[in-house]
Design a protein around this ligand. Structure first.
Ligand code: NAD
Length: 349
């Protein structure tokens, strides 16, 4: 059985990945610091499952990493752990550098030393997969898409810290030979996303009849990918990605922010009629733009499709409908995030 050390596996994408991997028969050692973004509620279905071992800890803790690597001897490390919210990075960039740069460096160093002492086929098979974002490439005009050779031009403290971590991963491959693969993915959405991000935020606010904030003119464009498709792409890159390479992952689903919000409103109108018979769209309110807000991201994932045969299973229309339905059916999960009780157990309250 393959054993993976997954960092950040209590966050949005990491937890979706862990649930998928364990369901597919892999053993997962899940290392997560449980910041505000880490949520053990997401993993309750794995309670008592001997193929999931959760450890609360920091990717920057070298002693803990040495212990976990020696104890569990993983065949691969998948690094999701990060501070991930752009608005928070504008208010407080230091935490982003600490985890995304300094933490990733510690994980790389300990992974390198562990990999070096592996033998034979075990050593050949080992991979360090680093999960990153398309935001490292900066902003596009109306034309073109990011490819793996697009120069890095990060514009927010978040994307700058992720860019730095990508460079460290690249350097550890070129300098020490560590068998790395990096993936740069577009905006994800789907079950278990923290309700500070656009899609779950809009769903929750609409359900509460509150105004739906849209930055600037609402015409910033993002490429949206359903989280399950992202996780499947990472599994493909882990299994068959070429060492030292990077792979862009995207849904080929460019939408302006206002289109995304309107789509959610329409789906909610059909499923959850507004109390006063109004359309949810009437709640849309334009707010002052985010400083340095990138205008457009679009990703070319043809390398991944060509080399590894990956295709997204969901279109934006099917994925967003499933996501709205998931939030409507899982309000207790959301409410425990909103009232803070999801953090109580781990704090011993
Ligand atoms: P998230 O914020 O939901 O989860 C991050 C997880 O990392 C949390 O569980 C948190 O507790 C944990 N963590 C934070 N600091 C840690 C540390 N020092 N040590 C151990 N664990 C720590 O993020 P997400 O949206 O699931 O994103 C996961 C990864 O995917 C990130 O690296 C992010 O840059 C990347 N990514 C995200 C998106 C997206 O749309 N969300 C798109 C592309 C790439």
């Amino acid at each position: 059985m393959q054993t993976l050390l997954v960092s950040g596996g209590a966050g949005f994408i990491g937890a979706n990945f862990v649930l998928q991997a364990v369901a597919d028969g892999l053993r997962v050692i899940n290392l997560d610091k449980l910041t505000y973004a880490g949520n053990l509620d997401t993993l309750t279905s794995l309670h008592g499952n001997e193929n999931h071992y959760f450890v609360q800890g920091d990717i920057g803790d070298r002693e803990l990493l040495d212990h976990l690597l020696a104890e569990f001897r993983p065949e691969a490390i998948v690094n999701f752990a990060a501070e991930s919210h752009v608005d928070r990075s504008i208010d407080g960039p230091a935490a982003f550098v600490n985890t995304n740069v300094v933490g990733t460096l510690a994980l790389l160093e300990r992974s390198r030393d562990y990999w070096k002492q592996l033998q034979g086929t075990y050593r050949d098979a080992f991979r360090f997969l680093h999960v990153s974002t398309d935001e490292v490439y900066g902003s596009l005009g109306a034309e073109g898409r990011f490819t793996e050779t697009t120069p890095y031009a990060p514009n927010s403290p978040y994307s700058a810290s992720k860019a730095a971590s990508d460079h460290l991963v690249r350097a550890f491959h070129h300098t020490y030979g560590l068998p790395t693969v990096t993936t740069n993915c577009s905006n994800n959405y789907g079950p278990y996303q923290f309700p500070e991000k656009l899609i779950p935020l809009v769903i929750q606010k609409a359900l509460a009849g509150a105004s739906l904030p849209v930055y600037g003119d609402g015409l910033n464009v993002r490429d949206w990918l359903y989280v399950g498709d992202h996780c499947a792409a990472i599994r493909r890159a882990l299994a068959a990605g070429r060492i030292g390479e990077t792979y862009n992952i995207g849904g080929n689903a460019e939408r302006t922010n206002i289109e995304v919000v309107r789509t959610i409103c329409t789906l909610l109108d059909m499923r959850y009629p507004h109390a006063e018979g109004r359309h949810h769209e009437s709640l849309i309110t334009y707010v002052k733009d985010r400083p340095g807000h990138d205008r457009r991201y679009a990703i070319d994932s043809s390398k991944l499709q060509r080399e590894l045969g990956w295709r997204p299973a969901q279109t934006f229309e099917t994925g967003i409908a499933q996501t709205v339905d998931w939030y409507l059916s899982n309000q207790p999960w959301v409410q425990r995030v909103l009232d803070g009780s999801y953090r109580m157990e781990r704090l011993g309250v």
